[in-house]
Design a binder for this molecule. Structure first.
Ligand SMILES: [Zn+2]
Ligand SMILES: [Zn+2]
Length: 181
């Protein structure tokens, strides 16, 4: 049984020589309840952390599922989501001396904090949002809603008249009016 987690203390790994590795089984739920996309299942997979000259390179393939709305009828649709992780995290504090380091890293999500915590939450959150398809249909022939009354046409036809006539007919009727005159 793997516990859900997105944070690791990498103090020990940072003290080791370049090339040292750790691997972890990961189970991670990173999207907030109120996000546009919901996670149907946690991301699961195995990651490897590699000590580099700059910090810690995290690599791994994680798979999960997300729930998005059908583009036509807004029904929830579950889609598989795969994340290929390859990010280098950099320490903000020297693990041996405890002094703050000058870090040349603009993305705050890739910083290891002063307690040597490497946090994958934000990186995984951005990856899921990027990898989740947004144009999804609940089924290929989803009928969607009636434009007039809003009925879900997958449940059956509504009583609305057929949609307004094609505007090209207006021109034709106008022409016919002219002929009559
Ligand atoms: Zn649909
Ligand atoms: Zn209708």
């Amino acid at each position: 049984m793997i516990e859900e987690r997105t944070q690791w203390n990498v103090a020990q790994l940072l003290k080791e020589p370049i090339g040292a590795t750790r691997s972890f089984d990961v189970l991670a739920t990173v999207l907030q309840e109120d996000a546009d996309i919901q996670q149907a299942t946690p991301l699961a997979g195995r990651i490897v952390m590699l000590r580099t000259s700059q910090g810690v390179l995290v690599e791994g393939d994680l798979d999960g599922a997300a729930v998005v709305e059908c583009s036509r009828c807004l029904r929830p649709v579950t889609v598989p989501v795969s994340v290929a992780l390859e990010e280098e995290f950099k320490p903000t504090v020297d693990v041996v001396r405890g002094a703050y380091l000058h870090v040349d890293e603009e993305d705050a999500a890739l910083l290891i904090d002063e307690h040597h915590i490497l946090d994958l939450t934000e990186v995984l959150r951005q990856a899921i949002l990027l990898e989740t398809p947004m144009q999804v249909l609940c089924r290929p022939d989803c009928a969607g809603f009636c434009q007039t009354c809003g009925q879900d046409l997958n449940q059956g036809p509504c009583d609305c008249l057929p949609a307004d006539t094609d505007p090209r007919w207006d021109q034709l009727s106008a022409l016919l009016e002219d002929i009559k005159l």
